[in-house]
Design a protein around this ligand. Sequence first.
Ligand code: NAP
Length: 316
Amino acid sequence: MKKTILALQPLLPDEMNVLENEYDVIRLWESHDPEELLQRHTYDVQAIISTYNSSGVSERLMMALPNLEIIAQFGVGYDNIDLKAAHERGIVLTNTPDILTGDVADAALYLLLNVARRVVEADMFVRVGRWHSGAMPLSSSVAGKTVGIVGFGRIGMAIAKRVEAFDMNIIYHSRSKKEDVAYSYYNDLEAMATDSDFLVLACSGGEETKDLITYKILEALGSKGYLVNIARGSVVCEEDLLIALENRVIAGAGLDVFANEPNVPEEMFKMDNVVLSPHIASATLETRSKMGQLVLDNIKAHFSGQPLLTPVCFAG
Ligand code: NAP
C-alpha cells in the first residue's frame, strides 16, 4: 500500500511527478479548506514535506496526525518546525544542507555588491532617462573594507571564501570560535558591528537568534555601514531597521528575508538605500531540483528502513 505524504508546498515538476508516482500525495497548498482536508486524512498521513516558506509544522498539526513519522524539510533552516514537539513524539526530521550553500552565499555577495555599488538604482537611473540630465551619484567601493559575518556555519564560510576574492577583510561572530579558521572571532556582536563596514547575517533563525540585530547593533555598524541579510527576517528587529534606514543611521541594506513574508514594510519601497529580494537566495533551478531530490531520498530511506541522508539531530 502506498504511504501518504502531506505536501505543504509543491516541489519542482520532475520531483513532484516522482513523488506522486510513488506515494499518495495530499496537496495542502491547493485546498480551500485545509482543516477539512486534514480531518479527512487524520490517520493516513505518515510524512510531511514542509518548506521554509510554508506555515511549517506546529505541535497542533502533529497532534492532528497521529501516524506522522517523518517531516522532510525542503530547506536547510527549520525554524518553522516545532522541534520539541517532534522530538517528544519520536517524529524524525530531515533538511537539505550543503547543496544550497553556494547559491545562498552568492546571493549574499550580489546583495552586498548591489547595495554598495547602487546597481538597482543605476538600472532605474538609465530606464527612466535620468542619465540625460547628468551623472549618477557615486557609490562605495568594497575592496579594503571589512565584512563581519554573523553565523559562521556552512553558508557563512562560503560567503567568506567569496568575499576574499574581492580583497575585503573578514571577521566573524557565531556561538563558538572556529579552531580551523584564521579570521578574527568576535564573541561580542556589538564590537564586531563597530569594526565592520558590512554586517552579513548567515546564522540560523528561531528563538535563539530572534531580534539579534537591534538598533544598538545598527548604530554600532554606523552611517557608512551596510546590513546584508540572507539568514531569516526574524534575526533583525525590523522596526529598528526601518528607523535606522530612514535616519541614515546605517548607509543601506540588502535584504532577501523579512520578518513577516511576503509582507515587506512599505516604507522600504521608497528607500533608495535598500535592495529588496523575495527570499530567493537558494532559488535556482539547479539547487531547487537537488533539494527536491534530497527530500525524496530522505523519505525513501525512512520508509525502507535505511539511514536518513541528512537527519536533523535534536539537541538537548
Ligand atoms: P549552519 O551550518 O548550521 O550554520 C548556522 C550558523 O549560525 C552557525 O555558525 C551557528 O553558530 C550560528 N548561530 C546559531 N545561533 C547563533 C546565535 N545565537 N548567535 C550567533 N550565531 C549563531 O547553517 P547554514 O547551512 O550555514 O545555514 C544558515 C541559515 O541560513 C539557515 O539556518 C537559514 O535560516 C538561512 N538560509 C537562508 C536561505 C535563504 O533563502 N535566504 C537559504 C538557506 C539558508 P555555531 O557555529 O557556533 O554553532
